[in-house]
Design a protein around this ligand. Sequence first.
Ligand code: PLP
Length: 405
Amino acid sequence: MKLPIYLDYQATTPVDPRVLEAMLPYFHDVFGNAASRSHAFGWKAEEAVELAREQVAALIGAAGKEIIFTSGSTEAINLALKGAAEMYASKGKHLITSLAEHKAVLDTCKHLEKLGYEVTYLKPDRTARISPEQVRSALRPDTLLVSVMWANNEVGTLNPIREIGAVCREQGTLLFTDATQAVGKVPVDVEADHVDLLCLSAHKIYGPKGVGALYVRRKNPRVRLAAQMDGGGHERGMRSGTLNVPGIVGLGQACEFARLELADESRRCAELRDHLESRIRNELGYVELNGHPEQRLPGNLNLSFHFVEGESLIMGISDVAVSSGSACTSASLEPSHVLRAMDVGEDLAHSSIRFGIGRFTTRAEVDYAADAVVKAVRRLREMSPLYELAQEGVDLKTIQWQANH
Ligand code: PLP
């Protein structure tokens, strides 16, 4: 077994060697500009881009023409939210989202608030879920867009997007979903799920970093967006800039493999995830699952360990790569905004660890990680006076701590 072991598949994934192989010709041999209409170099590049467009579309039940290539989900989110806000401002200036969204959504909403838009932030339940009823009661005649993520990147909880989509459709309001973590892991069908806008990112599904896509519905209803990147009018005028042909080829291939292997891979990841969870639970007490017990991503396991500080645990299992809080914000020691919104409580939020299992994870690696976690948690708890008290049967909530003078 090669160390360190990578169990952080929600942060990013390695490029699948089959994807890499498909990309390689497009760096040197087939290097044309996909917008060059006057020669074979351009036509070949364009052909590859159009194949990728179909491959991306097939994974989510869309048509190729509805796919806009971007530099990743962050850009797609900015285009969807700002583009819709600008285009539909005459309908109203109200948006609905949730407190558990990725920062790319939350910070874009904050930006829109500065421009005079009003945003309702729905509070998720204890499992990080948003209900269709919450969306229904927040909708107003001036709501231009609802933005609810499909799968949460920290705790893996899946939202009932189909039901939320039905509510939005009934009210005639557009639904955008950040499906960065869901696409390729759970079935997604923009028609059946009533989704109008959706983002995805190649580096979460074994494709390269720096490329992603925005799905923009073309009929029933036809969604229009104000471009946020002006220039040569690429991507139906919604996103100018010379296309990243090798990256787009990689995204297309990544989607193709994800579609063909989704069922088997999800089953395998869920089995490994359940194995990791049961090993840890069987060998340690005082472990809490963060997120929903059933409605969650197959490869995600977010656990909190009482009497243990997450950062210390991460250092204690240094040859197992996991994450505490969101990968994008874990440079700060602030507890994650998602766990906060779920009311997990400061202590447990500080002791949360996200294990991410993926395509290349083996059972031996999971066993190694379980051994390492059990050993490190036991060692850290031995040093915890609170754990000692709990072992003696003292209910920590009843302790009257002496005030510090
Ligand atoms: N949304 C979610 C749920 C994510 O997990 C991520 C990745 O961290 C993003 C958005 C941002 O994606 P990208 O890295 O493609 O900009």
